[in-house]
Design a binder for this molecule. Structure first.
Ligand SMILES: O=C(O)C(=O)C[C@]1(C(=O)O)C=C[C@@H](O)C=C1
Length: 103
């Protein structure tokens, strides 16, 4: 009996799907660890910039980062536009932290 797409007797998760999901969980954990490491590094950068009175954002540096990441994305089969948006999302958060550090 099925009502509005909800199965009363849901099928078991296939083993193949479980395996993919285990891989996804590992990759997600690695991403979180890598991002935490990146933010520890940018925290140091933010402190340095505040100390030396340097601007929080460096658009020229960002341009070089986008170019490099888009090339890497193309080489590895990732959508370069997604790579660009992902970097923007992270860098915007970093800049927010840098601004807060200036007090
Ligand atoms: O390299 C810097 O100057 C940083 O502050 C780090 C970072 C980044 O997260 O990669 C963040 C903000 C800048 O606009 C550029 C790069």
């Amino acid at each position: 009996m099925e009502a509005e797409g909800i199965l009363s007797n849901p099928p078991q998760t296939p083993d193949e799907l479980k395996e993919y999901r285990a891989t996804i969980d590992n990759i997600d954990a690695a991403l979180v660890h890598l991002l935490a490491e990146r933010f520890r590094c940018t925290q140091k950068v933010g402190e340095l910039k505040a100390r030396l009175d340097l601007p929080p954002a460096d658009p020229k540096r960002e341009e070089r980062q986008v170019e490099r990441l888009q090339a890497l994305a193309e080489e590895s089969g990732l959508d370069p536009d997604f790579a660009k948006k992902f970097l923007r999302f992270i860098v915007d958060e970093v800049i927010r932290h840098h601004v807060a550090l200036r007090g």
